[in-house]
Design a protein around this ligand. Structure first.
Ligand SMILES: [Fe+2]
Length: 375
C-alpha cells in the first residue's frame, strides 16, 4: 500500500494583478469620500422627453472605435471589453455610438481610463449626454460636492454598505432605480480604488436573452402584463440601519412598468422585472403574482448562460444599459478592504411596452428551437 504523502507547495504563486494603493492606507481619492447629510432634500426631476442618443449613432461605430486596438466579448450574450479608447476624448458622435453599442452588448468595459481624473463637472458633462442625471434617495455623494455622483464605498472606516447586507445574501439582481417613472438607461461606474486582491466584481445578466430563453408561448403570456416597482424595502432598510442619521433626500418611489419592454434604439424586447424592486403583477391575485415573479427571479439568478462578470482595476469604467440588463454586486472580498467607486446614472424614457403579437415570427428566427422542433 502506498503511504499518503502531504502535498508540498511547489513555489510562490505569481501576483495576479497590480492593485493601486496608498502606502499609508489613506484613500486614493479623498474628494470622493462619501458624505451623508440626513437633512438634505432633493426635488424629483419630473417627466421629460427622452430622445436616445443611440438613435443618432452610425452603426459602423467610426467615431467610437477609431482608436480601438482590441475588443473581446466577455460572454456570448452580454459584456464586451474595449481597449485603446479613452472615453474622455469621445466626440458627441462617439458618445452616440457608445449608447448604441452599450444597448447591443448590455455592458462595455474600458480599463485604464483617465475619466476618474477629469473632475466632477467634466464627468457629468459627458454622462449627461445620455439623459438628465439621477439623484439617489439615500446613497452618499462626494464630500467635495456633486449630488449626482452616487458614491459606492466599503472600508473598515465606513461599514454602512456591509451593515445593510447583514444576515442576507449580497447577491441581489436588479436594474438600478426601476421604481422611477423614467428609469435609467446608459449608466457609468468609475472605479477609483479596488480591494487589494481579487473580488468586488459586478455580475451582469442580459435581460434580452432572459426573455429570448423562454418558450415563445410563455413569452406571449408575459407581454401585455405590467408590474409594480417600489423602493420601499431600501427606504425601510436605510431607516432601520441608520436611525436619526438616515438620509431621506426624496420620497419613496413607486411606478408601474411593462413586464416586457422594448428598447427604443435596438427594438429588442427585454424582461423588466427584478427581485429588489418588483413587488407584484398588476391584476393578478397575490399567490399568482408571487408564483410568476418567483419563477422569473429564479430564471434571472440561475441562468449563468447569459451572465458575465465585470472585473475592475483602478481606472476601469463600466458603461452599461440598464434597460437590457440586470446586475448584482458580489461583495466577496474581505470585510475592511477598501472598494471605492462612483456611479453617474442618466434617466431615460418611460419603458415602452412590448405588444402582444399572435405570431411575431420570433420562434422561427431561433435556430436552436427550430432545430429541435420546438416552434
Ligand atoms: Fe445597482
Amino acid at each position: 500500500m502506498p503511504s499518503i504523502v502531504a502535498l508540498q507547495p511547489t513555489g510562490v504563486l505569481p501576483k495576479t494583478a497590480i492593485r493601486e494603493k496608498n502606502e499609508d492606507g489613506t484613500p486614493l481619492f479623498p474628494d470622493y469620500m462619501p458624505f451623508y447629510d440626513p437633512l438634505e432634500k432633493v426635488e424629483d426631476i419630473g417627466t421629460f422627453e427622452h430622445k436616445d442618443p443611440g438613435l443618432r449613432a452610425d452603426p459602423t461605430f467610426p467615431n467610437l472605435l477609431k482608436d480601438a486596438t482590441k475588443m473581446s466579448d466577455l460572454s456570448p450574450h452580454v459584456g464586451t471589453e474595449i481597449e485603446g479608447v479613452q472615453l474622455s476624448q469621445l466626440s458627441p458622435a462617439g458618445l452616440d455610438e457608445l449608447a448604441l453599442l452599450a444597448a447591443q452588448r448590455g455592458a462595455l468595459v474600458f480599463h485604464g481610463q483617465d475619466f476618474r481624473d477629469i473632475g466632477f463637472e467634466a464627468q457629468k458633462k459627458i454622462v449627461s449626454h445620455f439623459g438628465p442625471l439621477h439623484v439617489h434617495g439615500w446613497a452618499p455623494h462626494p464630500a467635495a460636492g456633486s449630488a449626482e455622483h452616487m458614491i459606492i464605498y466599503d472600508h473598515k472606516d465606513d461599514l454602512r454598505v456591509r451593515r445593510s447586507w447583514k444576515g442576507r445574501s449580497p447577491i441581489q439582481w436588479h436594474t438600478d432605480q426601476s421604481p422611477e417613472v423614467q428609469p435609467p438607461g446608459t449608466t457609468f461606474i468609475g472605479m477609483l480604488e479596488t480591494p487589494s486582491g481579487a473580488g468586488g466584481d459586478t455580475l451582469v445578466s442580459s435581460s434580452v436573452q432572459a426573455f429570448k430563453a423562454l418558450s415563445p408561448r410563455f413569452r406571449k403570456r408575459l407581454e401585455g402584463l405590467t408590474a409594480l416597482h417600489s423602493n420601499n424595502d431600501g427606504f425601510t432598510q436605510e431607516l432601520k440601519n441608520n436611525g436619526s442619521d438616515a438620509v431621506m433626500r426624496r420620497q419613496e418611489l413607486t411606478a408601474e412598468h411593462p413586464v416586457v419592454r422594448v428598447h427604443p434604439v435596438t427594438g429588442e424586447k427585454s424582461l423588466y422585472v427584478n427581485p429588489v424592486y418588483t413587488k407584484r403583477i398588476i391584476g393578478y391575485d397575490q399567490e399568482e403574482s408571487d408564483y410568476l415573479l418567483g419563477f422569473l427571479f429564479d430564471h434571472i439568478a440561475k441562468r449563468a448562460d447569459f451572465q458575465c462578470r465585470i472585473r475592475y482595476e483602478a481606472g476601469t469604467v463600466l458603461v452599461w444599459d440598464q434597460r437590457v440588463t440586470n446586475h448584482s454586486q458580489s461583495l466577496d472580498y474581505d470585510a475592511g478592504e477598501r472598494r471605492h467607486a462612483f456611479r453617474l446614472t442618466p434617466l431615460a424614457e418611460k419603458p415602452i411596452p412590448s405588444m402582444i403579437e399572435e405570431d411575431d415570427g420570433e420562434c422561427q428566427k431561433d435556430v436552436g428551437r427550430v432545430s429541435l422542433g420546438l416552434c
